[in-house]
Design a protein around this ligand. Structure first.
Ligand SMILES: [Zn+2]
Length: 449
């Protein structure tokens, strides 16, 4: 999921999981299910989903950034699994301009007596992609902003409290000669890596130079704000923008032999937010190795249960940058999207006790789909709710292209976009039961009129 304002819906315990058990036992009894009719069933193996998610979140894939070697390996791994499940697989590449941490990172105060104090990367401070300002070094007198419109000495490094922070002010600060900006992070922290620079989906960010932005924790902000008068700041952001090619993995199955015209598409983004310059990476286990692994498992289970059905699995790149994989696919789809049902999976199987959110754009078709998914999830013993309009997930470009699209998400913010988003935070049982519920819903969807 890309970072944006998001409300978390209420917490509580979910009801007893009687239905998934029933679905699983039906599935076990119907190993030779016919290709059509009510007897078809599909069972999702939570252990297999967890194993694939764990592999995707591992060191070989190094955070699966768009255009990175790890991202390319992840695409190959997923394509191989889908071919094994009987899908035709194609790669669709598209251009993107990606934020990477390629330079030095520094934050240091220089007191009037010449003494210096350093701050720690990822603990006290981090890069900020929002606004599209390229990193680099900057140095100047620290100026604490109390009114964004008030004057300040040219060449200052501005220290902006979170309550006054607004990316809309960046251009004015830069035009008035600020050398850089140190923003107090609110509702996020230096451990998180953001990629979205604020550009509209389907457009490349236009990087700006000469104004360096970093974000600091509340604690680091308080230390900086208490600096002696006359203190100077040295800052350096490692952020650069590089042109790269994203890669969507498009898997289709022409079950009826009449050309692939899927009525159901299961999609998930497989990219994540990459690595830092020291090679330490963001595993992205929950976000979204789980969704990608579940999409593969669902595709394989549905293909086995309904061999005569046309269906597609899309493993999308660039979600973390700018929804760019889904946007690129919707602009040039491999099959018509109008009227197609698109189930997007993004962050599934957290160990935290969270409801399963179903997000849509709020359009009639998306809302209908979301309500049906909520009903199916509740019938399977999950707490679930529909939220709309939600735009910052991959269902959005599909909805805008005329599909009925919704996203399923367990929006666990504890380790969101940090190096702690590891497979240890995932629940095999939850993946198993959620997979069974989604497979059962998808079978009914495919078998329906
Ligand atoms: Zn994400």
């Amino acid at each position: 999921m890309i970072q944006a304002m998001k409300r978390n819906i209420g917490r509580g315990r979910r009801a007893s999981p009687a239905l998934p058990t029933l679905v699983a036992s039906i599935a076990a009894a119907c190993a030779c299910a016919p290709s059509h009719g009510p007897a078809a069933a599909a069972d999702i193996d939570g252990a297999a989903v967890l194993a694939l998610a764990t592999e995707l979140a591992g060191p070989a894939h190094a955070g699966r950034a768009l255009g990175s070697p790890g991202g390319a390996l992840a695409a190959e791994l997923l394509a191989g699994r889908l071919r094994e499940a009987g899908f035709e697989v194609a790669f669709r590449d598209f251009p993107e301009r990606v934020p990477v941490n390629a330079g030095n990172a520094a934050l240091e105060t220089v007191a009037p007596d010449g003494s210096t104090e350093g701050f720690a990367w990822r603990e006290d401070f981090r890069e900020i992609a929002r606004g599209g300002y390229e990193g680099g070094p900057a140095e100047g007198p620290l100026f604490l902003v109390s009114d964004p419109g008030a004057p300040f000495p040219r060449g200052s490094i501005l220290l902006v409290p979170g309550r006054l922070s607004d990316p809309e002010d960046d251009a004015s600060y830069a035009a008035r000669g600020a050398a850089g900006l140190v923003v107090e992070l609110v509702g996020t922290d230096p451990a998180r890596r953001p990629l979205w620079a604020g550009q509209a989906p389907g457009t490349l960010v236009v990087p700006k130079q000469g104004f360096v932005k970093i974000g600091v924790s509340g604690g680091a902000f308080a230390r900086l704000a208490a600096s002696a008068p006359g203190t100077r700041l040295r800052i350096e952001s490692p952020l650069r923008f590089v042109d790269a090619m994203g890669r969507n993995v498009v898997a289709t199955r022409d079950g009826d032999g009449g050309g692939a015209a899927p009525r159901l598409v299961v999609c998930a983004h497989y990219d994540h937010v990459g690595a830092d310059r020291d090679g330490s990476y963001f595993p992205g286990a929950l976000d979204n190795a789980t969704g990608a692994a579940m999409a593969v498992a669902l595709g394989a289970a549905l293909a086995a249960a309904l061999p005569g059905a046309d269906l597609a699995v899309l493993l999308l790149d660039g979600e973390e940058v700018n929804l760019s994989g889904s946007t690129a696919f919707a602009r040039a789809p491999d099959f018509p999207l109008a009227g197609v049902t698109v189930l997007n999976l993004d962050m599934l199987g957290s160990r935290a006790d969270l409801p399963v959110s179903v997000y849509s754009l709020g359009d009639p078709a998306g809302s209908r789909l979301a309500r049906a998914l909520v009903a199916a999830l509740e019938a399977a013993g999950f707490r679930s709710a529909h939220e709309a309009p939600v735009r910052n997930l991959d269902h959005t470009p599909f909805s805008m292209a005329g599909a009925s699209a919704a996203s399923i998400t367990e929006y666990d913010t504890a380790d969101y976009h940090t190096k702690r988003d590891l497979p240890a935070g995932l629940s095999e049982d939850e993946l198993d039961r959620l997979g069974d519920a989604l497979a059962s819903w998808a079978l009914a969807e495919l078998a329906g009129p």
